[in-house]
Design a binder for this molecule. Structure first.
Ligand code: NAD
Ligand code: DAU
Length: 332
């Protein structure tokens, strides 16, 4: 039976991945998570305690990491500071967690010869022109824009260096924008859904022409599991589900699905250095590993996500006020 150590397993994508693994495999899971503002123990509620162990701790804590890693067959590394807007306000935790934290894990898996999977982002490639047909591939040069994406790019390069210099058994995946249940209300889609639920108008940065390539987090989970099961050691795989939409289209769709007028939103201060467009070409993952997304219809996935936030106010409400107060200080 496979034993997974999942860092950041109390966050959005990590907790969905843990649910996915427990539902679709026989594996046992240990979650290592510092429970920062973005982590939530309740995101793992109801999961079988005989197959899931939770350890509250920091990935920069070499002694703790050194205890947990030898008991695992694979480390799946989700833990990160993940929000671009926060990285523009205070980059330091991004350097500590995303760079030093990843380094700490790499040294432990190297010492104990444990397989490592590094979860990364398409933002390491920078952005694409709005009117171009181009998409990111595994060969696109790195060109990160924000402190967040620069630290993720740095962590990817550390993994690559540990593979080449020390023969580390690792894989990397770079995924596009995720949506789904358990996503923090600071992020675009849950922010707008919970705004409508709280009687606040949705907030669109600038003109809303920026494009993101949306994938349901369940499809991200199945892709990572596929890479763990069939991925070639040393390889990078891009994960995406052909879900390009402008931010304005997404806000209007949320409003329509929630029975509101499609123009009932505010345009607010744009994000400095705002990346224009992300788009993933996932041909390698599809052809080499045979992976397919299940949530092809964005509107259906969005409707299910709206229903989840409607039914789980107790999960998101505690973070809402502080999040909106922070945005308000920046005119957003
Ligand atoms: P998140 O912010 O929701 O969760 C991050 C988790 O990591 C939280 O539970 C937090 O408590 C934990 N954490 C933070 N610092 C830690 C530390 N020093 N030690 C231990 N735990 C720590 O993030 P997310 O959106 O779930 O993203 C997860 C991963 O996926 C990140 O690596 C991110 O770069 C990557 N990713 C995210 C997206 C997306 O759309 N959200 C897309 C592609 C890749
Ligand atoms: O592409 C993958 C990345 O996607 C991940 O690496 C990041 O961890 C994740 O946060 C996400 O980054 P983005 O910056 O694209 O996501 P965010 O949800 O912050 O914003 C999505 C888009 O919506 C972006 O163009 C900014 C815009 N936006 C965001 C907020 C919070 C708004 O227009 N209004 C908002 O209120």
């Amino acid at each position: 039976m496979m034993r997974l150590l999942v860092t950041g397993g109390a966050g959005f994508i990590g907790s969905n991945f843990v649910r996915h693994v427990l539902a679709h495999t026989e594996a046992s899971v240990t979650v290592l998570d510092a429970l920062t503002y973005a982590g939530n123990r309740d995101s793992l509620a109801g999961l079988p305690s005989d197959r899931l162990q939770f350890v509250r701790g920091d990935i920069t804590d070499a002694a703790l990491v050194g205890q947990l890693v030898p008991a695992a067959d694979v480390v799946v590394h989700f833990a990160a500071e993940s929000h671009n807007d926060n990285s523009l306000h205070d980059p330091r935790p991004f350097l500590t967690t995303n760079i030093v934290g990843t380094y700490t894990l790499l040294e432990a898996v190297r010492a104990h010869d444990v397989r490592f999977h590094h979860v990364s982002t398409d933002e390491v490639y920078g952005d694409l022109a709005l009117d171009s047909p181009d998409r990111f591939t595994e060969d696109t040069p790195y060109h990160p824009s924000s402190p967040y994406s620069a630290t993720k790019a740095g962590s990817d390069l550390l993994v690559r260096a540990w593979m080449r210099s020390f023969g580390l058994r690792a894989t990397i995946s770079n995924c596009s924008n995720n949506y789904g249940p358990y996503q923090h209300v600071e992020k675009f889609i849950p922010r707008q859904i919970t705004n409508v639920l709280a009687g606040i108008r949705p907030k669109l940065y600038g003109a809303g022409a920026n494009v993101r390539d949306w994938i349901h987090t369940e499809d991200h989970s199945s892709a990572v599991l596929t890479i763990l099961e069939r991925g070639r050691i040393g390889e990078t795989y891009l994960i995406g589900a052909d879900g390009e939409r402008s931010n304005r289209d997404v806000v209007e769709l949320i409003l329509a699905l929630m029975g509101q007028s499609p123009d009932a939103y505010d345009r607010v201060t744009d994000r400095p250095g705002h990346d224009l467009r992300y788009a993933i070409d996932a041909t390698k993952l599809r052809t080499e590993l045979g992976w397919r997304p299940r949530f092809a219809g964005f509107a259906d996935g969005l409707e299910a996500t709206i229903a989840w936030y409607q039914a789980h106010e107790g999960w998101w409400r505690p973070a809402k006020e502080a999040t909106e107060s922070f945005y308000a200080t920046k005119g957003q």
